[in-house]
Design a protein around this ligand. Sequence first.
Ligand SMILES: *Cc1c(COP(=O)(O)O)cnc(C)c1O
Length: 464
Amino acid sequence: MKETAPDDRTRALETAHDAALRFLDSVAERPVWPRASLDEMLTAFGGPLPEHGVDAAAVVEEMSVLADPGLVAIPGGRFFGFVIGGTHPAALAADWLVSTWDQNSGSSTLTPATVAMERIAGQWMLEAFGLPATASVGFVTGGQLANFTCLAAARHSVLARAGWDIAEQGFHGSPPLRFVVGTHRHGSIDRAARFLGIGRAELTIVPTDGQGRMSPEALDQALVGAEGPLIVCLQAGEVHTGAFDDFAALIPLARRHGAWIHVDGAFGLWAAASPGLSHLTAGMADADSWATDAHKTLNVPYDCGIAIVRDPADSIAAFRTGGDYLIYSGLDPWDVTPELSRRARGVPAWAALRSLGRSGIAELIDRLHANAVAMAAGLRTVESVEVINDVDYTQVMFRLGSDEATRALGAAILVDGTAAMTGAEWEGRAALRCSMSSWATTPEDIVRTVEAIRGLVAAGSPAG
Ligand SMILES: *Cc1c(COP(=O)(O)O)cnc(C)c1O
């Protein structure tokens, strides 16, 4: 190993600082979609393992130059693909310190500063969402792992109530567990179920309406005769339409059958933090667990997902570990998530929440919603564009007259580079979707995007 002199480190950090600012300064005008392919990036970074090292600053400079054409302008204002937030300045700077401090944040005893920041961030989020202050909050990589973490606690709890200890007895031979989901659930629910030993054919799938909301009548029907271990997954924010399940109608139905009720609110849970949008989540606080992301709506850097469980005893039962060398001090982060060693990924969430305050959080969410409304209104002025969804939250889905034209427009937008958005299938037809998830998006960004689309539609087949 090469000796690292202190000024090597200083130069490396200064080089990274310069490269970071160069990148951030470029996002407003660079093409949003990457210009280089994965193969080109593999060639740029590849070759055999170098025989000899170079100094740290040279490494950082080399990577920043080589990576540049392969970077996507996610932190800019015109990336609307998938559901992906930008990075709030306080969260970004805090994230630099997370790596600098290098605190292995699974244990309260080892790393009190970062564990305290995460615990407070968790309490602030519970407060903002109107969820019980005594719930457990686990910081995981994202919504996928948050869903898994909550559902592992759910599985443990519903089986324990049926007299079965899954930690001791395993899943084989347990009482049958019914797992109920909506047609328009996120794919990460199926994947979480799979990790938990629940196969696709075992899911009870409840029909949803034209926006992707679970129908109360259909849930009622699906639960006829349901006794014993039962988990019902609801959703705050359908990934294409942004639609919210009617929690006030659905949760009491599921309760009547003794279900554990889980809410996937990867980006939708944040609606609860806005007085203007919290009607969307009415009744949601009566569930048993909630999954969300900070790297989407709160705009912290990747990765930061949050698993919230009403009764901490359920998450502890699912996750507390042993090991004679581990130090226990009450509730440790590793007691409520599947991970042991990890970075202090909740610290940037603390910084974003501290920087925004309650009113700033509400304003951020209201602005994302207003951006979606403005984007939908702009798109409706473009010939042959049809906005498909009710724009109740942050998602806008649209199409042209034919699937072919819609897909061609999607490809043309990425080549054009003014903005980026991604496609989907909705009720058997091709669609394009804009997710308004970035704090950095301005009204001008929306106008530029709409005008770019108008030009591309005019240049393509005008009949759509
Ligand atoms: C994004 C998303 C997920 C998965 O979250 P990751 O952070 O990508 O792991 C789950 N559910 C919904 C509704 C989502 O939008």
